[in-house]
Design a binder for this molecule. Sequence first.
Ligand code: SF4
Ligand code: SF4
Ligand code: FES
Length: 382
Amino acid sequence: MIITKPTCTIDGQKFEFTAGESMLEVARRNDIAIPTLCHDPRLDPAGACRSCLVEIEGQRRLLPSCATKATDGASFQTKSERVEKHRKTLFSLYLTDHADEDSEGGQHRGAPNKLAGASKKFGAENWGKLTNLRDEIAGDRSADVNPYIQYDSDLCILCAKCTRYCDEVEAVSAITLVGRGSETAIATPDSRSLLDTTCELCGGCVAVCPTGAMGEKKPKTRNQPIESELKKVRTTCNYCGVGCQFDFNVDPDGRDGLGEVVKVTSPDATPNQNMDLPAGFSGVSSDGNLCVKGRFGYDFVHHEERLTTPLVRGADGDLHPATWDEAFDAAIAGLEKVSAKYGDDSLAFVSSARCTIEENFLVQKVSRVAFGTNNVHQCAAT
Ligand code: SF4
Ligand code: SF4
Ligand code: FES
């Protein structure tokens, strides 16, 4: 029996799809661009921002492609005159009511400003600033004493991506939409500091925000580099054994031209189309998520007291810089001395959660084979 896949037509071209895919997913899989602000493959679609509306044959109204499933035989337009007019009007309204012109150069403190980019692309115009009532409801978030995250209601388009991330991915529901109509805003219960809520300071709300409304307090931008000047260096977090991938955002001119890490961002959670992965999974081990340590704990990189060479305690009782060979010799001599005097089981080896699995394997080899003790542990073991 031949099983045929359902098909739909996008901008006059026919494409196969898998049952359950949204119109946006089918379009993107076939390299047809549709702007989105509130969409994220890790989250249930909300259809909140209206930037992805398409014109579907037989439907009176434009519908959000992120929240509309593709159906067999459906035909829709992503670039019709009506769709283009909608986009220009929508982004002009957003620009007028929300976006801070200063953020257009990317100087805001969060993820790259998708709203500013889309507004420019679709020729949106700023029709003049409207009154913002949201601060009265959300309270002055800059007064929140948490060290990392700041909310600016003037930049917020109420797409609820941050609250949905907090609910659906982080599962802590620390922030929520409050108020009604023009007074709607993102806030914590009773406008408390994030430190007094269930917030884990994962920074995911900052990472998903398309406008910079959820921003970082942190980047220590002595230089004030703009987003496009930052160089991204992909690396693996070594705080624990999960091994999340992230990008150090480096200001090349920082520290007198030596380069300075000014923030950490998580790689895009966009699914890798070349891998056969479950729907919504990106193929990056951390799926675009980070914890507070990986996201905000990068001060050690340039800390003036960071150890950059081994230290060996001398006869004077002080620590002195040494070569790796000298440090190994000193460690072996010390371990052998204890083992000779008190026996092998007087030793115990505890390795760091920052070690790779291969390094941990070697630690247990040293413990069991070189010293003959099973007293070995790794501090991330749970
Ligand atoms: S930092 Fe994480 S836990 Fe806290 S509000 Fe943002 S998404 Fe929720
Ligand atoms: S803070 Fe950002 S992610 Fe949250 S609702 Fe506002 S614009 Fe959307
Ligand atoms: S991306 Fe579809 S409505 Fe926001």
